[in-house]
Write a protein that binds this ligand. Structure first.
Ligand SMILES: *Cc1c(COP(=O)(O)O)cnc(C)c1O
Length: 388
């Protein structure tokens, strides 16, 4: 267990979840590969505590526990559970709190696979989902039914970057006994302090900034003690698991996440400000920009921003024109995911059912990596020139 705790995020990032003295003085925890875990006696076997002990590979190795301890400390939750992917952190959490006949409220701006899970899996088990306007704030009270057990939030919204008023939503949800789940992938455990904003369970695609190097799939659920039991049981029921090597990569990424994020934000601001002035660009969707509609709430609730934002062009372009721009980019690659050290770009198409999302032109999603911003801007400038 961690001894050098400290109170500030940077210190916890460096020290959380490690104890060199228990491991020959070696700075990082080792990777334990395991399925079978043996017990020395029958008594010991009978008295294994599944919430604490290392009992079976699927239930977690010491490498996984180290990662869980570190992330929980950094975000300010009581406990964490590592799972196989960001999506698994969402499905494991949402399904922990509902049964047949229950109701979920989910933001219309949710990560698309969250919607898929609610519509195709939860619905199959008799759980209904209502999508709500991400900007609803305290008005969510009017949508909460007696059977509403979960309010799913995500800020900023996937692809569209609206900043939800999480404290207002949480207050209304708690007044009716619903659990507030927050997809905190963009916020990260340091830039959005979920538990100080009223969230009950925070879920992360650790695949993104926690791993930070585009080389592992990992999810993390961070929770208050009150919900740990329901979550760890559900983790076991579904056979969830996080691979030891990937937990190690997550832990290793976490150590430098603070400095990486500062640079991602600084560079994203430079690129976003440049794009804003470009004649082909209508708007940049990035809450860290002072004139972004979500800026005030972002400033109130977030400690920082990451490198992911949206760009609305002035016109709609077909795939021939977009391809001319995107295919020739040398630094911005096209591919799913984000949060690694490298820059990415994709066209995006938000899916809405409770609200509409209409833009005056094509929408692109950019991830600004750690390359020099002059080079990134030159790449985008040449790309935009190819659009027409
Ligand atoms: C990527 C992402 C996920 C899913 O993470 P995976 O590790 O790819 O399963 C969940 N939520 C958000 C907001 C994401 O961007």
């Amino acid at each position: 267990m961690t001894k050098k705790k400290g109170v500030r995020a940077e210190t916890l990032l460096a020290n959380g979840g490690r104890d060199p003295e228990s491991n020959y003085g070696i700075v990082n925890p080792p990777v334990y590969h395991a399925s079978t875990v043996t017990s020395p006696t029958l008594t010991a076997y009978r008295s294994r505590d599944f919430t604490k002990d290392i009992t079976y590979g699927r239930m977690g190795t010491p490498t996984q526990k180290a990662l869980e301890e570190a992330v929980a400390l950094v975000e300010g939750g009581d406990r964490a559970i590592a799972v196989s992917s960001g999506l698994a952190s969402i499905t494991t959490t949402v399904s922990a709190f509902v049964q047949s006949g229950d109701h979920i409220l989910c933001t219309d701006s949710a990560y698309f696979p969250t919607r898929n899970f609610c519509n195709n899996v939860m619905a199959k088990y008799g759980v209904e989902t209502t999508y709500y306007d991400p900007m609803i704030g305290a008005g969510i009270a009017d949508l909460i039914q007696d059977n509403t057990k979960v309010v799913m939030t995500e800020a900023p919204g996937s692809q569209t970057f609206e900043v939800q008023d999480i404290p207002a939503i949480a207050e209304a949800a708690h007044a009716r006994g619903a659990v507030v789940i927050h997809d905190n992938t963009w916020g990260t455990p340091i830039n959005f302090r979920s538990f100080e904003r009223g969230v009950d369970v925070s879920v992360h695609a650790a695949t993104k900034y926690i791993v930070g190097h585009s080389d592992a799939m990992l999810g993390i659920i961070v929770t208050k003690n009150e919900h740990y039991d329901a979550l760890i049981k559900n983790f076991r029921y579904w056979g969830q698991h996080a691979a030891p090597d990937d937990c190690y990569l997550g832990l290793r990424g976490l150590r430098t996440m603070g400095v990486r994020l500062k640079q991602h934000q600084e560079s994203a601001l430079v690129v976003a400000n440049w794009l804003r002035e470009h004649p082909d660009v209508s708007r940049v969707l990035y809450p860290a920009l002072p004139d972004d509609p979500g800026h005030e709430i972002w400033k109130r609730d977030f400690e920082g921003a990451c490198g992911l934002f949206g760009v609305v062009l002035k016109d709609h372009y077909d795939d021939d024109a977009l391809g001319a721009m995107l295919d020739g980019l040398e630094l911005f690659a096209m591919g799913a995911s984000w949060g690694g050290y490298e820059s990415l770009i994709l066209p995006s198409t938000p899916i809405r059912t409770a609200t509409t999302w209409e833009a005056e032109g094509s929408l692109l999603r950019l991830h600004v990596g750690l390359e020099h911003t002059d080079d990134l801007i030159a790449d985008l400038e040449a790309g935009l020139a190819r659009l027409k």
